[in-house]
Ligand binder design. Structure first.
Ligand SMILES: *Cc1c(COP(=O)(O)O)cnc(C)c1O
Ligand SMILES: [Zn+2]
Length: 410
């Protein structure tokens, strides 16, 4: 049974059947899942949720699928860690890290692909596909394999080795396109129009995007059924940021948490900052850019939900920041050194922006703050490889060890 009434245009409100469709025929606005919140409010309780397995499906009433047969690798319910050491360095008292590296393919994309692939199976698709900046490729390849589906994965050809191998191992048809993500996405929109494939982030986007809400749900549950005061979220297409906001509003709407003014902050790389640049220029539309950053997972120059991300930031009285490549590397190292978490470049962006937002006074340093770490550093090792200490190679004896310790640490 589903609590989704229809797909609904975000702009004109026109409703559509719950099929693989993502744009409005009347105004070209994006479609979104529309729920029966009154019914959900009657049926859902904290106790019911708490009694279910520790994965994203514990929030099933607020996810856009019909049945209870999920394509799952047990994604979600990742750790929410109180980050006291990092907090101390930044002068923050109530800082938390939501560590989404702890997902089956080590990024938050497992949430969105679990939902999109489950819905694709319900709609009778036998082929899963995507246009990816990297992590989505890994998740689609893995979840497609798990469901026994055919899988076509499109990426920019210059991705990190860890992301390429992390997709290839699941044996998809991996296509490296000579161009950036925006070129890949344009090509895939064309392919999606011709082949009957479930492109998770194109024709399945209304379902896919809903999976990101589970990060907000978990955060509230893990904080003891209360929303944070402020959150810092990395922005690529802008979908994750808007859905963390939507998920929190839904939890309030169905009575699971008290109303709260949560502030949402976006984090981008300087080399691809259409949303942050628009925010800082105080305009409500962004200008597309040509990406040039080590944060390849966030390198979307023409973000599909950039406009809504800006709206969410404004509505929540939040903000946006950007980080240079050296700041991204420092951010990765800072998080690893203080909290023992090795994040990918997108995590470096989040931590670097968190730091800058605290220093500028945009973030309240005493408020309950959650920073979202969305992918693992093991996939982007080349970003930090040349910025770490060297290994000390020694002979296997005590003298050699002690002599090696006399050398200064660089
Ligand atoms: C895809 C991705 C994001 C952001 O996703 P959007 O919803 O497109 O904004 C953030 N972090 C990582 C590591 C990602 O792979
Ligand atoms: Zn419309």
């Amino acid at each position: 049974m589903s609590y989704v009434k229809a797909l609904k245009c975000r702009e004109c409100g026109q409703e559509y059947e719950k099929v693989a469709k993502y744009v409005c025929e009347f105004c070209f606005g994006p479609l979104e899942a529309a729920y029966d919140y009154d019914k959900i409010k009657k049926d859902i309780t904290r106790e019911k949720i708490a009694s279910r397995p520790l994965n994203i499906w514990r929030y099933r009433e607020l996810l856009p699928v019909e049945g209870e047969k999920y394509n799952t690798l047990q994604e979600g319910y990742t750790p929410l860690l109180k980050a006291d050491r990092l907090g101390a360095e930044l002068g923050m008292k109530n800082l938390y890290i939501k560590n989404d590296c702890a997902n089956p393919t080590h990024s938050f994309k497992d949430r969105v692909v679990a939902v999109a692939s489950t819905r694709a199976l319900e709609l009778g698709f036998d082929t899963l596909a995507c246009a990816s900046t990297g992590n989505l490729a890994n998740a689609v390849a893995a979840y497609g394999a798990h469901a026994g589906m055919k899988r076509h994965v499109f990426i920019p050809s210059d991705l990190e080795k860890g992301k390429i191998i992390g997709a290839l191992v699941y044996d998809p048809n991996l296509v490296g396109v000579k161009g950036n993500y925006d070129d890949v996405n344009r090509l895939c929109s064309e392919i999606a129009g011709k082949y009957k494939w479930a492109f998770v982030n194109i024709n399945m986007r209304p379902y896919y995007a809903e999976g990101s809400k589970t990060l907000a749900f978990e955060t509230a549950e893990q904080l003891g059924w209360v929303a944070p005061d402020q959150v810092v979220v990395p922005v690529a297409s802008g979908s994750l940021l808007t859905k963390i906001w939507k998920g929190t509003q839904e939890f309030i709407k169905v009575g699971l948490i008290a109303d709260k003014k949560m502030r949402v902050f976006g984090a981008q790389a300087e080399g691809c900052s259409p949303v942050t640049t628009a925010y800082k220029a105080k305009v409500d539309t962004f200008r597309p850019v040509k990406p040039n950053t080590i944060a390849k997972s966030l390198a979307i120059g023409n973000p599909a939900d950039g406009y809504y991300a800006l709206k969410t930031i404004a509505e929540s009285n939040g903000g946006a920041e950007m980080a240079s490549d050296p700041e991204i590397i420092e951010g990765i190292k800072l998080l690893a050194r203080t909290e023992g978490i090795f994040a990918e470049t997108a995590g470096g962006v989040t931590i670097a922006c968190l730091k800058k937002l605290v220093e500028s006074g945009a973030l309240d340093k005493d408020a309950v703050t959650v920073a979202y770490i969305t992918g693992t550093g093991l996939k982007t090792q080349e970003a930090v490889a040349d910025h770490l200490r060297e290994v000390k190679i020694i002979q296997p004896n005590l003298e050699a060890f002690e002599a090696s310790q006399l050398q200064p640490v660089s």
